[in-house]
Design a protein around this ligand. Structure first.
Ligand SMILES: [Zn+2]
Ligand SMILES: [Zn+2]
Length: 213
């Protein structure tokens, strides 16, 4: 079965409800734009000298419009680009290490998780996990901002409306923003997918999850 966690329509709907209390369905043009943010064959935005492989959307599908321009990175420029982006990280987040063929790595804020078919049990487990972050980074000793979840901590089929997370009471590595950026760059490179669209944790608390269709 093809996995597809409910996408842009729900995000736009949440945003519109936030803005004015009305439930306005987004027009299709927005969705088209989101789908074509990064295209295979484009060059790295930083150096123009390598194939672009990982597109970073700091707006998180438009939810944070002032967060900066989407940027396409080749593997040579990826780690530095992610480090710069993660240097702005506020709050804490769980990051599920990307795996398999999922071409997107999207950020879901805790309060948005119900709209994306995460079950209550999962949301409670992630909420609890957030409270454990903030001690020393396991790799460098700086203050941690991220709980790093390897693929072992999820059902890799990423089911909707059923528990996805498992064993969150186990040993989980906490990372600072810079070490999380380095770990992600390594993970994205290792996957070697032709093109990935990735986001980064923004305000408050949430989870960065592999997804795709
Ligand atoms: Zn480059
Ligand atoms: Zn660190």
């Amino acid at each position: 079965m093809v996995f597809r966690r409910a996408g842009d329509d729900e995000r736009a709907q949440l945003r519109d409800e936030d803005d004015d209390g009305l439930n306005i369905v987004s027009d299709d043009e927005d969705d088209e734009e989101a789908n074509e943010l990064f295209a295979a064959g484009q060059l790295c935005d930083v150096c123009q000298g390598e194939d672009g492989r990982v597109g970073l959307d700091p707006t998180c599908r438009g939810a944070y419009e002032d967060a900066g321009e989407p940027t396409l990175f080749g593997y040579n420029c990826l780690e530095q680009g992610l480090k710069s982006a993660y240097a702005t990280l506020e709050g804490v987040a769980a990051v599920v290490e990307p795996f398999g063929e999922y071409t997107a790595h999207y950020y879901y804020r805790l309060d948005e998780m119900p709209a994306y078919q995460f079950v209550r049990e999962d949301i409670e487990a992630i909420s609890w996990l957030m409270l454990t972050i903030g001690d020393a980074c396991a790799r460098c000793g700086e203050q941690s901002h991220v709980a790093w979840l390897t693929p072992d901590f999820v059902d890799q089929l990423l089911p909707e409306n059923r528990p996805v997370f498992r064993q969150l009471d186990g040993e989980i590595e906490h990372l600072c923003a810079a070490c999380a950026a380095t770990a992600l760059a390594e993970a994205y490179r290792t996957l070697g997918l032709p093109m990935m669209t990735v986001e980064l944790p923004r305000s408050a608390m949430g989870v960065l999850m592999p997804t795709g269709d």
